[in-house]
Write a protein that binds this ligand. Structure first.
Ligand SMILES: [Ca+2]
Ligand SMILES: [Ca+2]
Ligand SMILES: [Ca+2]
Length: 623
């Protein structure tokens, strides 16, 4: 069983397995050869298929190749010394890691043999055969290293080496940035004004009610794994950064390195961190701006040198050990895996993500930007069983043209949920101007929004496990009753998922009346057309668990040509789960000669305590 060939059938990983069982199974996946008698195998049989292909004589010769070297065990030890070693590891674990693991493992040991360090004499014996050790993984019981091709057989021949295989590479595709819709926001509104242009992304997933209640992810450790981070950007001035490590360069500074290939190496991570945890009123607010952050630089964001899976695995192991409760990341297009591998248990990153989840870490990963590419599917580790895969929608809730669809290779619905991933407002890293902002698109940018919501849920419910966080997000999202492989369970509703009694309203739909009865004046063909006065009846759904009353709706629009004649409407009380239309409709007059296009009315609904819902009502107007 090797890194490439290992395929434990997914049915073993049925969701809802007791976590301790999951740990034992994962243990078997990673170090299951421990207890077997040493095998004397010819070196070639230990060389993974992909590595063998790469080194085949018909391929162009390479100076070095990056490989995983998996060891047979963690050193010769009897049961007694194994127990002592486990005791030692458990004592050394960070208290915040122990606490988080204890949510899952209610009794017994909080560590297993996958937590034991590598047997250092093996590494010492390996060292003369390699150009450079890249990183090590306790969970995989493996070392990654750059080696000369001719050394591969010699390494495979070492008696303590179980298998060697290629380190896979990923490449992130940047989706096209669509033209901006002219959506108008009233920044004079105190709620909108506080969030600035980030209101759209925060409002769509209903985060601001939790901020108003005082939640911001305080006390929750969130790890971002990305291309590097401009930590000096003003948006992070209030962020509590408790640890950082650069796995690519082996230092403790995740900002741009002198030797990095271009000036933009920290652009992607700066953007994702700002979306999750930025704080600048009037400009940009992330869902979990009050969290404790740990940052891992695990990619170079370099076209020539794509993202490599070994740094990602090292990063998530490190974060887990520090007590990370949420990990947010996005990898990218897979150069080496096939869709059949997206079965939740094959890609190295997926298996590491599964183990992190089984230890209590909520892993949130981008679904990918590959809808229209040759790949056409979700990307690892989004295929993981408890991994929350994030798709991307635009400001009016339509799936982004690039957002990778499910299902997984074994037929599970993916992604889990969606958030804004088209024209998000995020911190930029333009040349040397550190305090700028920009728009950006991609599932990379919807992911940190959802990860931020996960941190809010964990702040409110300290005992929730990854299974519970995932279930809360899915069961309260916009398509929870009829999920599909584009949106998953739909757009997140943070206030509803948090289950704190916040009145949560959804825009259920609307209808346009263009007949000549009542205030409307038109030809009655059911289409809104230039020259007509129309009535817009908006239906609201009470998604919460208590009756809502005293609701007032008000619409606004950026386009001054359209005259709003009746901007307000009162709603009757709405029982939980019920849908209601206002007693009277909104009335608007469309001028003659109006060009055919969608028109976006901004609807805000207030209750006794102020704003409850803000959303867009898109009406198509024909000439
Ligand atoms: Ca560095
Ligand atoms: Ca009418
Ligand atoms: Ca009409």
């Amino acid at each position: 069983m090797g890194l490439a060939g290992a395929k434990v059938k997914p049915k073993i990983f049925l969701q809802g397995l007791l976590a301790i069982t999951a740990m034992l199974i994962l243990d078997a996946v990673f170090v299951g050869e421990d207890r077997q008698a040493p095998r004397l195998e010819p070196p070639d049989s230990k060389i993974g298929e992909l590595l063998a292909k790469t080194l085949a004589p018909d391929n162009p010769p390479r100076k070095t190749v990056s490989i995983w070297v998996c060891f047979t065990n963690k050193g010769p030890s009897g049961i007694a010394s194994l127990q002592a070693a486990l005791d030692r590891v458990e004592r050394e674990l960070d208290p915040r890691c122990l606490w988080r693991r204890s949510k899952i493992c209610k009794s017994g040991r909080l560590v297993d043999s996958a937590d034991l360090p590598l047997f250092s004499p093996y590494i010492d014996r390996l060292r003369p055969c390699v150009e450079r050790i890249r990183t090590t993984s306790r969970w995989l019981n493996a070392v990654s290293a750059d080696v000369r091709p001719r050394e591969v057989r010699r390494i495979a021949g070492l008696p303590f080496v179980r298998r060697v295989e290629l380190v896979r590479s990923f490449r992130r595709s940047e989706p096209p940035t669509p033209p901006l819709n002219s959506l108008w926001l009233d920044f004079a509104d105190p709620v909108v004004g506080f969030y600035g242009r980030s209101f759209t992304q925060i409002n769509q997933i209903n985060v601001w009610p939790l901020h108003q209640m005082g939640y911001s992810g305080h006390g929750v450790i969130v790890c971002l794994m990305d291309s590097g981070f401009r930590t000096r950007h003003e948006i992070f001035r209030h962020a509590r950064l408790i640890a950082q490590h650069d796995f690519v360069n082996g230092d403790d500074d995740v900002s741009r390195d002198f030797g990095d290939p271009n000036d933009y190496s920290d652009a992607h991570g700066t953007g994702t961190w700002s979306l999750l945890g930025g704080y600048k009123p009037g400009e940009l607010i992330g869902p979990a701006f009050g969290a404790d952050f740990i940052l891992a630089k695990t990619e170079t964001d370099n076209f020539e040198q794509p993202i490599e899976e070994d740094y990602w695995v090292a990063g998530i192991e490190w974060a887990e050990g520090l007590g990370a409760e949420v990990v947010s990341s996005s990898l990218g297009y897979l150069d080496w895996y096939t869709f059949d591998d997206m079965d939740g248990n094959t890609a190295v990153t997926t298996r590491a993500a599964n183990r992190a989840a089984s230890l209590g870490v909520v892993v949130v990963n981008a679904a990918g930007n590959e809808r229209d590419s040759l790949w056409g599917h979700i990307i690892a580790p989004a295929d993981g069983f408890e991994v929350i895969a994030c798709g991307a929608v635009d400001a009016i809730g339509q799936i982004a043209s690039f957002s990778s669809p499910g299902p997984t290779a074994d037929g599970r619905t993916k992604p889990e949920v969606c958030a804004l991933g088209v024209n998000n407002w995020l911190a930029a890293n333009l040349e040397d101007k550190s305090d700028t902002y920009r728009t950006g698109s991609g599932t990379s940018f919807s992911t940190p929004l959802v990860a931020g919501v996960a941190a809010l849920l964990l702040e409110i419910h300290r005992d929730w496990t990854p299974v519970e966080v995932r279930r809360a997000l899915m069961s309260t999202a916009s398509l929870s009753q009829n999920p599909n492989n584009d949106y998953g369970w739909g757009i997140v509703d943070a206030a509803l998922a948090a289950d704190v009694g916040w009145v949560s309203l959804g825009l259920e739909g609307f209808s346009v009346d263009d007949d000549s009865s009542g205030p409307s004046a038109g030809d009655g063909d059911g289409q809104a057309e230039s020259g007509e006065t129309i009535e817009i009846a908006v239906r609201l759904k009470n998604k919460g668990r208590s009756l809502v009353s005293g609701l007032r709706g008000r619409i606004g629009i950026a386009n001054p040509e359209i005259v709003i004649m009746q901007p307000e409407a009162n709603y009757p009380p709405i029982a939980p789960g019920e849908i209601s239309t206002a007693d009277s409709a909104f009335v608007v007059r469309i001028p003659w000669g109006f060009l055919s296009r969608p028109v976006f009315f901004w609807l805000r609904v207030e209750g006794a305590r102020g704003l409850i819902l803000s959303d867009w009502v898109p009406v198509f107007v024909f000439r």
